[in-house]
Design a protein around this ligand. Structure first.
Ligand code: CP3
Length: 352
């Protein structure tokens, strides 16, 4: 057994609580993944990506791999945002080289086939993994649970796959907004219930991934991105008043401004297009921020990467910045570049 610190004494959670720290805590989105040879070996042992997600022993192992190798300040549960639609009864598979494929929902009538009451039976191994990860983490490492934000999850459920313009979900938003509201309400309920069980099992922070937040006009952004995230946070806070929540409305541009206040998110995860000076003056002045190195720079390495890291550190000197990428780490990232990044961050003093 480990002797974990109380959550409030872990550096990552201190930063989320607005405390000043001598250096920024760091973790990387998708830090467990194909860029690590040990991940590829465990995934081969599991058979498939989904088998890995539903195997508590192996999911624990891959969650811990980047912690052992790099000593990140936070671990993120190894799972996927699409496990929830699968638990609701939608068919899901991951095609090698193609990403996720779901049996797309084509009509409002098909929403009736989704089974919110059945999700926990399917997701039990995920909660088991959370408990095992929590028990095995180093004392100072925080544990992040997560879910997709309803809009992004809905884009996959309605389109059947990732894509560039989220056309199917947008057609629902513009053609039958009441039906999309119905799906949103169902996803809000199941996401609250899913995250509640992750928290009960040991997650100390939750992150909501809204990967496709950047494709909606303002009115629909308010209705399908802001409102559902706000409802999820409100309902979780009724039970866990101090719960830290990180929101990642990727690609939201100027709509990042005010997003934390409107939703109640504790902190914002910045994608790599958000300008640093603007983020400092408009966002970080009010809430902690996380981000936002371009993952492609971590692949490139060298002086360009080092300068970009320095620029980020210079903009957020002083307190409550969490170093991260602006999107998930890419499979072709050399692990040595992650080591270089960490040497730079750990040598960095945040004193002005
Ligand atoms: O960050 C972590 O290490 C935790 C695990 C995690 C995964 N997916 C594992 C994964 C998290 C937090 C996610 C979130 C996720 N999944 C998002 C939101 C964040 C983002 O990246 O925009 C989305 C949109 C998905 C859906 C998804 N899962 C896609 C589109 C793909 C295919 C693309 C790809 O990178 O291959 C996945 C697969 C996936 N999820 C992998 C991993 C490690 C790769 C699967 C493999 O091992 O082959």
């Amino acid at each position: 057994m480990n002797s974990a610190l109380p959550a409030s004494q872990k550096p990552f959670i201190k930063a989320l609580n607005g405390e000043a720290l001598p250096r920024p805590p760091v973790w990387l989105m998708r830090q467990a993944g194909r860029y690590l040879p040990e991940y590829r070996a465990t995934r081969a042992q599991a058979g498939s990506f989904l088998d890995l997600c539903y195997n508590p022993d192996l999911a624990t192992e891959v969650t811990l791999q980047p912690i052992r190798r790099f000593g990140f300040d936070a671990a993120i549960l190894f799972a996927d945002i699409l496990l929830l639609p699968q638990a609701l009864g939608q068919e899901l598979r991951f095609q090698e080289g193609e990403g996720p494929l779901l049996a797309a929902i084509r009509s409002e009538a098909e929403l009736g086939k989704l089974r919110p009451e059945a999700i926990h039976a399917r997701l039990e191994p995920v909660y088991e993994a959370v408990a095992r990860i929590k028990a095995a983490l180093p004392a100072e490492t925080a544990l992040i649970g997560f879910a997709g934000a309803p809009w992004t999850v809905a884009t996959y459920m309605l389109e059947g796959r990732g894509g560039n313009d989220q056309a199917a979900a947008k057609m629902w938003a513009f053609g039958n907004p009441a039906a999309l509201d119905r799906l949103m309400a169902l996803l809000v309920d199941s996401t609250v219930s899913y995250l509640d069980r992750q928290i009960q099992a040991g997650a100390e922070v939750v992150q909501l991934f809204d990967t496709w937040a950047g494709v909606l006009p303002d009115e629909q952004f308010q209705r399908y991105c802001v409102l559902p995230v706000k409802m999820i946070i409100q309902r979780l806070r009724q039970k866990y008043p101090a719960l830290p929540v990180i929101a990642f409305p990727r690609g939201a541009g100027a709509q990042y401004d005010g997003f934390a206040a409107a939703t109640g998110a504790t902190a914002l995860s910045l994608d790599y297009t958000v300008p640093l000076a603007w983020a400092r003056d408009r966002l970080w002045s009010k809430h902690p921020v996380q981000g936002n190195l371009d993952p492609r720079l971590l692949v490139a390495g060298g002086p360009q990467m080092m300068q970009a890291v320095q620029r980020i550190l210079q903009h957020f000197q002083g307190r409550n910045h969490i170093f991260n990428l602006g999107h998930g780490i890419l499979p072709e990232t050399p692990p040595q570049h992650v080591e270089q990044l960490l040497r730079l961050l750990r040598g960095a003093s945040m004193a002005a």
